[in-house]
Design a binder for this molecule. Structure first.
Ligand SMILES: Cc1cc2nc3c(=O)[nH]c(=O)nc-3n(C[C@H](O)[C@H](O)[C@H](O)COP(=O)(O)O)c2cc1C
Length: 182
């Protein structure tokens, strides 16, 4: 797939089935994440891959957070099922190092770039992905389960798998609404 075609036409797909990327394809996805822009070479990234039993562990973590908040049963049921919407979920974490020139925000952004790059690499290899978030990724219970410290943040859950449908058309957007010149 041509790089510009990928950049201009990528869509997310929520319907994801087996197989998940593995072997070289998965390595390429991780390597793409590791090519995110990185001020001062701080490598502010952690990628926690869940599949099979890992999805159950992720579900258990989310349920613990929902229960800690005394959430309604329907909410607990929803988070319990959430990780099983794809055969693989990568939790993308910004691992923040204190640095006089590189504030935490830049490191969070770098981890966000990594998530986007990984989604792109998945699509480029015939897989698909959906970047999800939700309030649970900010929850202390979830942070503790993933060993986050200080200003570390989970920037998203990247759901990956094989597309279960064709992607929707890219929305037409008027460039002039988004672009200004100084
Ligand atoms: C940080 C971040 C978090 C997101 N979280 C969610 C989410 O929890 N649920 C959701 O439906 N879409 C979420 N999205 C948006 C989808 O990943 C996706 O981009 C959106 O559905 C538009 O589809 P497209 O990528 O094909 O344009 C999130 C996007 C970003 C950048």
């Amino acid at each position: 797939m041509d790089a510009l075609d990928l950049l201009l036409n990528r869509r997310s797909i929520a319907k994801l089935s087996e197989p998940a990327p593995e072997g070289v394809a998965l390595e390429n996805i991780i390597k793409a994440g590791l090519r995110a822009p990185d001020h001062a070479a701080l490598t502010p990234w952690r990628f926690v891959i869940a599949q099979g039993e890992g999805l159950q562990k992720l579900s258990d973590i989310l349920v613990r957070a929902a229960e800690a908040d005394n959430s309604e049963d329907a909410v607990v049921e929803k988070v319990k099922k959430a990780p099983f919407r794809a055969p693989m979920v990568i939790t993308v974490i910004a691992k923040v190092t204190e640095h006089e020139k590189v504030p935490a925000l830049e490191q969070h952004l770098s981890a966000g770039c990594a998530a986007q790059a990984m989604q792109m690499a998945a699509v480029a290899q015939g897989f698909q992905g959906f970047w999800r978030s939700g309030k649970w990724m900010f929850h202390p219970e979830v942070h503790q389960a993933f060993g986050l410290e200080g200003e570390d943040e989970i920037v998203g859950f990247l759901y990956l798998g094989t597309p279960g449908c064709t992607p929707m058309k890219v929305p037409e957007r008027n460039l002039s609404q988004f672009v200004e010149f100084l």
